[in-house]
Unconditional design. Structure first.
Length: 132
C-alpha cells in the first residue's frame, strides 16, 4: 500500500511539473512556435471562426465524418499547422463564401458543389478562393 501511495505521489508530481511547463510554454517550442502569449492559440482561433461563420458553415468547412461533428478538432489540428497569414486567408475566404452562400444557397451549391448532393460546396468555395 505504501509503495502504491509513493508511486501515485511521484506520478502526480511529474504531471504537475509537466503541466506547469506546458502552461508556461517553456517546453518543446522551436523558433516557429514562440512560447507564451506570442503564440496564437488554435482553439481560440477556431472558436472565433465558428462563431463568425455559424456552426453549419463551420462544420461543412472542416467536418469529415457523416454528421460533421468532428469539425472543431479538425480545425484545431489544421490551424496549428498554419502560419498567421494562412489563417487570415482562410478566414477571409470563408467570410466571402458565407456571404455568397447567404445571397443564393441553391446557386452557390450548383456553382461549387462537386458531389452528388452538392453538400461539399462551402469547403470547395473556400479552397477555390484561397488559391486565387
Amino acid at each position: 500500500m505504501r509503495k502504491t501511495l509513493l508511486a501515485l505521489a511521484g506520478a502526480t508530481a511529474l504531471c504537475a511539473s509537466t503541466g506547469t511547463a506546458l502552461a508556461t510554454g517553456s517546453s518543446g517550442h522551436g523558433p516557429d512556435h514562440p512560447p507564451g502569449k506570442d503564440r496564437p492559440n488554435a482553439a481560440q482561433t477556431c472558436k472565433a471562426q465558428r462563431t463568425e461563420l455559424g456552426v453549419a458553415a463551420f462544420r461543412q468547412l472542416y467536418g469529415t465524418n457523416a454528421n460533421k461533428a468532428n469539425a472543431f478538432a479538425r480545425c484545431v489540428a489544421k490551424t496549428k499547422a498554419m502560419t498567421q497569414q494562412e489563417r487570415e486567408d482562410v478566414s477571409n475566404a470563408a467570410r466571402a463564401c458565407r456571404d455568397e452562400w447567404k445571397a443564393d444557397a441553391a446557386a452557390f451549391a450548383q456553382k461549387y458543389g462537386t458531389n452528388a448532393n452538392k453538400r461539399n460546396a462551402f469547403g470547395k468555395c473556400v479552397s477555390a478562393k484561397r488559391t486565387t
